[in-house]
Design a protein around this ligand. Structure first.
Ligand code: FES
Length: 230
């Protein structure tokens, strides 16, 4: 076991754990916009910054090593995390942070007291509603890559990629055409992991909200995809 301290709280973790695991074990919540426990960490959004033995690091990609002193709570760190979330939010349209929106990004903004006016928008990139079960609002995409990793690493479908550069980067079908002509198998993994509501499924209760649906563990027919046929 690895023993270390988070804000003075002793925690014990199994080998291979990250500082994010340590922070959570200590009962502290951090925004983690590019991270999903089911995916390999990317460390790209910098919203999970902590200090470890004096160095500022992204908790999700930093291994937990013995005797580290991890800090999460001081004003400088909170300010760095707030700036990272605000920078991401600033490129989105205002409805991305509306009070009724339950996405991870909207929740992070509320937690860090980032005003909805921060979302000033970006030149419209448009929607792709060509697929019957998966819809994409490119204006809400923050290019975190979670959907791409879910599609490739978990579902093994490799239907999605990130295209564009800088602020124009957004998810797109790897085939280059509309979603309906992609290799998408409608598993819903991308909808499930999207932290902004950019990828949604039509139907009651989904709409432009966070994709994470209440989950039950069930035995499925094929055993590998996320649709849940029993
Ligand atoms: Fe750690 Fe994005 S969640 S860098």
């Amino acid at each position: 076991m690895t023993r270390l301290h988070v804000d003075g709280v002793p925690v014990e973790l199994p080998p291979g754990a990250s500082l994010l695991d340590a922070v959570r074990a200590a009962g502290t919540h951090l925004p983690t916009l590019c991270h999903d426990d089911r995916l390999r960490p990317a460390g790209s959004c910098r919203t999970c910054l902590v200090r470890a033995d004096g160095r500022t690091v992204a908790a999700c990609v930093t291994p937990a090593t013995p005797d580290l002193a991890v800090e999460t709570a001081d004003a400088d760190l909170r300010s760095l995390r707030r700036d990272a979330v605000a920078l991401i939010a600033s490129a989105l349209p205002p409805h991305a942070l509306a009070a009724a929106t339950h996405s991870e990004l909207a929740e992070a903004c509320r937690e860090l007291e980032i005003d909805a006016d921060t979302a000033a928008g970006h030149p419209a990139r448009g929607r792709d509603d060509s697929h019957p079960y998966v819809h994409l609002d490119r204006d809400l995409c923050i290019a975190c890559g979670r959907c791409v990793r879910m599609c490739s690493d978990v579902q093994g479908t490799f239907a999605l990629t990130l295209t564009g550069r800088g602020a124009d980067t957004a998810v797109a079908p790897g085939t280059g055409g509309p979603w309906a002509t992609s290799d998408c198998v409608s598993c819903g993994g991308c909808v499930d992991t999207c932290p902004t509501g950019a990828i949604t499924q039509p139907g009651p209760g989904r709409g432009l909200t966070s994709g994470r649906a209440p989950a039950d563990r069930v035995r499925t027919t094929c055993g590998y995809c996320g649709v849940g046929c029993a």
